[in-house]
Design a protein around this ligand. Structure first.
Ligand code: ATP
Ligand code: MG
Ligand code: FE
Length: 341
């Protein structure tokens, strides 16, 4: 089985060829970071234009690198939400056109499901499982009773973890997206500022990062007004320690309540070294029967290989879209439930 997968939900144009949902034959990713950096964030109109320029090149490169012809493909898959509507529409239109022209089935994929299924490149998923989804737009703990069944048991009340990284990084003059550089700085510093750990003792699996963001920004601004310059490494380390403590604390509580064999760590922020290290150290101590399955570093950020992995499962379940498939910028997992710990 060979799936041609498309991902254009934000600022990465990606096309991949995936075999049986667990082997990458090609994974073309064109990032637009440079074009958005001077604006400090993604400019939707700019993103759409880049996707238009890159998408056909992406299809060609993905097929050539995989050494696969359209006739050999089993299906076409595409992220149809959540994300920026203009960006999503380029991928959806390209996928529909390709599927129609080559008479292939079309599989609609939820971008966040794609992030979770990136873990299939590490090992097969075993259900039920829990996933900690941490990205630029989401911070959720998801319970999957079975393949393609998603229950959100915890969510952020305000900012997503990645969003907090990007906003805090901006205050330190770090270019968008700031997560990777803050992560690097954090490893050179100490948690000297002791920022708040929001909601850490509350009896739920929800998160809040806006208070931490404000505490960080106020600390930097107050120092500026006094004419002081604070240690960047310590600021980064303190911020990261707070984020990691809360994420790890809440997800370990969730694993205690929902016994599972696997805890999947996925999304752009799953690339964070502090988070990966803290989880792999603490999880076995508290819940030795739960294994951490972190998405491969190279597949934490947006890419089409993860879409191909999710599509493999959807294909087997008979999930199909027709030519009326549209982008759904605010697509959510089928159902969400507020859960008390
Ligand atoms: P969503 O997946 O919620 O739709 P998105 O697709 O924009 O949002 P991703 O591409 O999954 O988000 O992740 C990007 C985010 O990951 C950015 O906020 C970036 O700063 C963050 N990030 C990347 N690497 C790291 C890291 N090492 N540490 C912390 N954050 C990181
Ligand atoms: Mg991105
Ligand atoms: Fe994403």
């Amino acid at each position: 089985e060979l799936i041609l997968a498309f991902e254009t939900s934000c600022d990465e144009t990606s096309v991949a060829v995936v075999e049986n949902g667990n082997r990458i034959l090609s994974n073309f990713v064109a990032t637009q970071i440079k074009s958005h950096q001077r604006f400090g964030g993604v400019v939707p109109e700019v993103a759409s234009r880049h996707h238009i320029e890159e998408i056909t090149i992406g299809i060609q490169k993905a097929l050539i690198e995989a050494q696969v012809t359209p006739a050999e493909l089993t299906a076409v898959a595409v992220t149809y939400g959540p994300g920026l509507v203009g960006s999503l529409l380029i991928g959806v239109t390209a996928a529909k056109t390709f599927a129609f022209a080559h008479e292939l089935p079309l599989i609609p994929v939820n971008h966040m499901a794609g992030h979770i299924y990136a873990a299939r490149y590490v090992e097969p998923l075993v259900f039920p499982l829990l996933a900690l989804l941490v990205s630029g737009g989401h911070t959720q703990i998801v319970y999957m009773k079975a393949a393609n069944e998603f229950e959100i048991i915890g969510d952020t009340r305000d900012d997503a973890a990645g969003e907090a990284y990007d906003k805090v990084g901006r205050v330190l003059g770090i270019a968008y997206p700031a997560g990777k550089e803050l992560d690097r700085l954090a490893h050179l510093g100490q948690d000297t500022f002791k920022f708040p750990r929001a909601m850490i003792h509350e009896a739920n699996y929800d998160f809040s990062f806006s208070g931490l963001k404000s505490a960080f920004i106020n600390t930097v601004h107050n120092a500026d007004q006094r004419g002081e310059t604070l240690n960047r490494e310590n600021l980064a380390a303190s911020f990261q320690a707070s984020v990691v403590d809360v994420l790890v604390g809440k997800v370990i509580a969730a694993v205690q309540r929902y016994p599972v064999q696997q805890l999947v760590l996925a999304g752009g922020v799953a690339a964070n070294h502090g988070l990966r290290e803290a989880l792999s150290e603490q999880l076995p101590k508290v819940v030795p029967n739960t294994r951490l399955v972190a998405a491969p570093l190279a597949l934490c950020g947006d890419n089409a290989a993860m879409v191909g992995a999710a599509a493999h499962v959807a294909l087997a379940q008979g999930v199909r879209a027709d030519m009326t498939l549209n982008a759904d910028p605010s697509l959510e997992f089928p159902w969400a439930a507020g859960v008390e710990a």
